[in-house]
Design a binder for this molecule. Structure first.
Ligand code: CMP
Length: 137
């Protein structure tokens, strides 16, 4: 069954010119793009997107980072899209958890500046997609 996930190419990924690299990996896998936008992230959107991390030691730094430059927000669609993109991204810690061959395993070294975000469940995906693309049917 087809599902949707929200992918962000974060400010570090956009600044390093890795948008195409991420899109190639999504499309090559057979997933489809349902929406895509280059966006400047407001403090309000950032805090709603990362609400579950409110109170954690890295929360303010995460908000500062995600609002530091444009991001590319993408709705990705396909069979098991949530898990499939998390596999493409690799684990959150690019060195300890992300396998070589994943986006983070190939391009990142830091836990915060880890190039991409992908929703962690279909429930999170629905919440995040409605935040980033409120008009998407
Ligand atoms: P993301 O998948 O966007 O979800 C939450 C983000 O918080 C995560 O990717 C990282 O960018 C960041 N993050 C998670 N854990 C830490 C940490 N221990 N220190 C700094 N940033 C973190």
């Amino acid at each position: 069954m087809s599902e949707r996930t929200l992918v962000l190419v974060k400010p570090d990924g956009v600044a390093r010119g890795l948008v195409g690299e991420v899109l190639v990996r999504i499309e090559r896998r057979g997933l489809k793009l349902a929406a895509l936008e280059l966006k400047n992230v407001t403090e309000d959107l950032a805090s709603q997107h990362y609400a579950e991390h409110n109170g954690k030691p890295f929360y303010q730094s995460l908000l500062d980072f995600i609002t530091s430059g444009p991001v590319v927000a993408i709705v990705v669609e396909g069979p098991r899209a949530v898990s499939a993109f998390r596999q493409i991204a690799g684990g959150t810690d690019p060195v300890e958890k992300a396998a070589p061959g994943s986006v983070r395993g190939d391009f990142a070294l830091e836990v915060q500046e880890n190039i991409v975000h992908g929703s962690d469940s279909t429930e999170s995906a629905a919440r995040e997609i409605s935040l980033w693309f409120p008009d998407l049917p």
